[in-house]
Write a protein that binds this ligand. Structure first.
Ligand SMILES: CC(C)(COP(=O)(O)OP(=O)(O)OC[C@H]1O[C@@H](n2cnc3c(N)ncnc32)[C@H](O)[C@@H]1OP(=O)(O)O)[C@@H](O)C(=O)NCCC(=O)NCCS
Length: 155
């Protein structure tokens, strides 16, 4: 992480459409198969829960989740590449868990590409457990698909 001035204001805030240009720049650098602007607009219009972690006007990371019956489903969690490796995913997961508990959810569910070992390690370190696999869940370039591992965390 870059050395920050003590006056740096680090905060979580709701993700609104006016931040999407910044978010898309991070998204496109973080993934081989990034969400599009339309994907983000769809989830924002659907009222899903989306928060962004900011340091002054710099995007550190963000997540998007939806409420289910007794669970919240994590749809996107991303830390900007230049801020990865500093434990910020943990901060985002804490914010997600806090929101989930206030929704009276009992579980967090997520899918992760079977090839995304780094994310899996982060989730397992946080307390997520492997629940199963969804075959060919993700696009993987060309006609290829990649399986998803389903993980859950008890709130
Ligand atoms: C997965 C992700 C959210 C983790 O966020 P994070 O804040 O970097 O997580 P951490 O700081 O706990 O670091 C996780 C691990 O990645 C390692 N790491 C961080 N940046 C790295 C890099 N550029 N190259 C290789 N390893 C790196 C860390 O050392 C750490 O390893 P460890 O578990 O052995 O200690 C983040 O890497 C990311 O946004 N990746 C791209 C998007 C993505 O895959 N999202 C999840 C989709 S399910």
């Amino acid at each position: 992480m870059q050395q920050q001035d003590v006056s740096t204001e680090v905060r979580l805030e709701p993700l609104f459409a006016d931040r999407l240009d910044q978010v898309l720049l991070v998204e496109q650098r973080a993934y081989d198969h990034p969400w599009s602007r339309t994907n983000f607009l769809d989830v924002l219009h659907s009222g899903y829960h989306a928060q962004i972690l900011m340091a002054n006007d710099t995007v550190l990371g963000y997540f998007v989740a939806m409420k289910g019956v007794d669970e919240v489903h994590l749809l996107n969690i991303t830390v900007a590449p230049e801020h990865q490796g500093q434990g910020l995913a943990h901060t985002l997961l804490d914010a997600l868990a806090l929101w989930g508990r206030y929704q009276r959810a009992q579980w967090v569910w997520l899918e992760v590409r079977v090839g995304n070992q780094r994310a899996m390690r982060v989730y397992e370190a946080y307390g997520f457990r492997r629940m199963g696999q969804r075959k060919d869940y993700y696009p993987a370039g060309g006609n290829l698909r990649e399986d998803a591992l389903v993980m859950s965390f008890r709130l």
